[in-house]
Design a protein around this ligand. Sequence first.
Ligand SMILES: Cc1ncc(COP(=O)(O)O)c(C=O)c1O
Length: 216
Amino acid sequence: MSLFEQIPAVPADGAFAMIEAFKADPSEKKVNLSPGIYRDEDANTWVLPSVKKARSILESNPNLNHDISPQLGHPDLVSVAREITFADTLATRTIVSMQTIAGTGANNTIARLISDILHPKHIWLSNPSWENHPKIWAHVDAGIEQRLYPYYDEETSTLDIEGMVATLRQHAVKGDAIVLQACAHNPTGMDPSRALWEAIAQVCEEKGLFPIFDSA
Ligand SMILES: Cc1ncc(COP(=O)(O)O)c(C=O)c1O
């Protein structure tokens, strides 16, 4: 018997299973709105001009090396990404940045750090959230209890800010961590306005919650 026979089969990731089901669907009128990919008028993938430009710089520069990066990632990439993300707040804040393997790697890394250093009782995730958030936290530290905060009101198609704030106020405890999606909330597409962000910030401060922003 092979050692690998003991590896349990995991169910297919929902988003990728949808892509496969879409490919197999013979309908001529099919449209797949599931993956976060820009498409042109003919539903072909639209490559960002910045990506095309970066590719052409790479191709026309045969002397670029592909050395191994330092542990915190490629220094130029990290510093420019930080400037884009934090802009004018950079001057007055201490910000530490590192490169990860995509957004999944970033979520995994922050979960590891929070688990090792802060030992929160709960990790708060939005209801609903990206389907990998609960899996990553369960995988990294099953001892951190997962809690859901209300986020989306299906009936009115609005952000349930009252429910979110009330739940956190009532049930979150000091030192808990909370995952907030910075923009283009997956899967609802519903983002807080500036005023609602202020209400969220206030409850985080009041309860002593550690905010984690996932900006996919
Ligand atoms: C909220 C959120 N976080 C993280 C990710 C993962 O990003 P990546 O594909 O770069 O691993 C996604 C991807 O859909 C996402 O929606």
